[in-house]
Design a protein around this ligand. Structure first.
Ligand SMILES: *[C@@H]1O[C@H](CO)[C@@H](O)[C@H](O)[C@H]1NC(C)=O
Ligand SMILES: *[C@@H]1O[C@H](CO)[C@@H](O)[C@H](O)[C@H]1NC(C)=O
Ligand SMILES: *[C@@H]1O[C@H](CO)[C@@H](O)[C@H](O)[C@H]1NC(C)=O
Length: 446
């Protein structure tokens, strides 16, 4: 909504400037004529907006923010065309103030086991292990085994080749690693490939406690850092821009920057090894709620170890697959391969009539995730990451499969996932459009 208000304001203020040229002439008559013209053009603008929006869709199929093209204050149109659906925030009632000491007693009494992460792969067992990959070379048998919530060591990114082989990527400065390893509560996000602007958390809404005790880390690549610096968001000597600590990632592990973005999105528990809680937000969101209040509301109050919102319209993976193909979000063959494997391994359609659904929706809106770094939560994060690494970077396709398979394979080990309503997400953050793709167009994906 904010997007539209500000769009209106911009348009209006532009008009205002144009008028001032004329009104300065001081001719009352012209003022009147212009006022009439203004009225007509505003009316035309309001009517035209709908078409303008549609046109933009057609031209920019890779945009993710279609949901936010909300037509504001447009009078009811007499045509039969269905109105674009509106999405509003809903009320979320937070407690007054909380800090880490407010963590409920016994909150961390979730399913316990000990999870280890593979650092390197043995050459002998994999013919292609000479070509080190960030995600490793997990076999299908290893993948199957990794879903068991038992003491085990699994693939979870950050695999290194043998000594002497080049890095598999996501290289960080030692001082940044030191900073990150001290974080207990993390808010993180990323911008790779200059795909977005830097949106600072709304400072007056962040508590003093959080400003002192929560790490706000924005992962960027070198190109994005230089773009941001040119735009006036150059980090200070400590690497900060406002609350954000900019951490530069060198040697991105994937050519697809979207896929690279899944590393900080899913693997927070690996990047911040001593962190207890984390909040992930997509760069299109501006955080406008205190992170401790978010943790309290979505985890502590509901006894959950993982919280993510459902999708604002789609609930079935079948719909999501169609939508991804329709908008050419990814290589269709790769989507089909992933989807047919999921169907053969038990993924079913979402049943809205099921009185006891495993999930309120099979499609998440993954731009905002709240996590306690418990064994089940960390396991789920690794498993979801491994699906994205193996298949497509479209993580909405793999969410339900990963969750349902984890549940199916561990019937006596609960995983407390809180799938909350998308309107709640909208009340915690302010949504923007991703930056318009500029000079180098996004890679064609067919
Ligand atoms: C911890 O969880 C277990 C099993 O879920 C339960 O039996 C036990 O009573 C819980 N302990 C506490 C202190 O809440
Ligand atoms: C799993 O690991 C924990 C901690 O390392 C240990 O206490 C427990 O006995 C192990 N469980 C099994 C079944 O090996
Ligand atoms: C699409 O994916 C398939 C299967 O993963 C692959 O063989 C093919 O080369 C891909 N096509 C393009 C254009 O990337």
């Amino acid at each position: 909504m904010g997007v539209y208000k500000s769009l209106d304001q911009i348009k209006n203020s532009r008009r205002g400037r144009n008028f001032s040229v004329f009104t300065n002439k001081g001719l009352l008559f012209w003022v009147f004529v212009l006022a009439v013209l203004c009225f007509i053009s505003l009316a035309a603008f309001a009517l035209g907006m709908h078409f303008h929006v549609k046109l933009e869709h057609g031209m920019l199929p890779w945009r993710e923010m279609r949901e936010d093209f909300i037509v504001h204050d447009v009078p009811e149109r007499p045509t039969k065309k269905p109105r674009r659906q509106r999405f509003f925030p809903c009320d979320v009632v937070f407690r007054d103030a909380v800090d880490l000491h407010s963590e409920p007693k016994d909150f961390m009494n979730f399913t316990q086991f000990s999870l280890g992460y593979m650092e390197t792969e043995k050459k002998a067992s994999h013919t292609d292990a000479h070509d080190p990959r960030f995600g490793g070379h997990q076999t299908l048998e290893e993948r199957e085994q990794s879903f068991s919530a038992v003491n085990q060591t699994i693939h979870c990114g950050f695999l290194r080749g043998a000594a002497g082989l080049p890095s598999t990527g996501f290289d960080l400065k030692e001082e940044d690693k030191r900073y990150m390893s001290a974080c207990r509560v993390v808010v993180s996000s990323c911008i790779f490939g200059s795909s977005d602007f830097l949106r600072r958390p709304t400072s007056r809404l962040i508590s003093e406690y959080s400003k002192k005790n929560v790490c706000f880390v924005m992962f960027v690549d070198e190109g994005t850092l230089s773009t941001l610096s040119k735009e006036g968001s150059a980090p200070d000597d400590g690497g900060f821009v406002g609350l954000w600590k900019l951490v530069v990632v060198k040697n991105l592990p994937y050519t697809d920057t979207r896929k690279t973005g899944k590393v900080p999105k899913f693997l927070t528990h690996r990047l911040f090894p001593s962190s207890r809680y984390s909040i992930w937000l997509d760069s299109k969101l501006r955080l406008s709620t205190d992170p401790m209040l978010i943790i309290d509301h979505f985890l502590w109050q509901t006894g959950s170890e993982y919280a993510i919102s459902n999708h604002y319209t789609r609930h079935c993976v079948w719909e999501e697959v169609l939508q991804n193909k329709r908008l050419n979000k990814y290589n269709h063959t790769a989507i089909d391969e992933q989807f047919s494997l999921y169907q053969s391994d038990g993924l079913t359609k979402f049943d809205p009539l099921d009185p006891n659904p495993s999930l309120p929706s099979y499609v998440p809106e993954g731009s905002f995730i709240v996590r306690a770094h418990t064994p089940m939560s960390n396991l789920f994060s690794c498993l979801w990451f491994n699906e994205v690494d193996r298949f497509t970077s479209r993580d909405q396709l793999s969410f339900a499969f990963t969750f349902l398979k984890l549940k199916r394979m561990n019937p006596d080990k609960p995983f407390h996932l809180n799938m909350f309503k998308d309107c709640e997400r909208r009340s915690l953050v302010k949504l923007f459009h991703h930056r318009e793709p500029s000079a180098p167009p996004p890679p064609r994906i067919v």
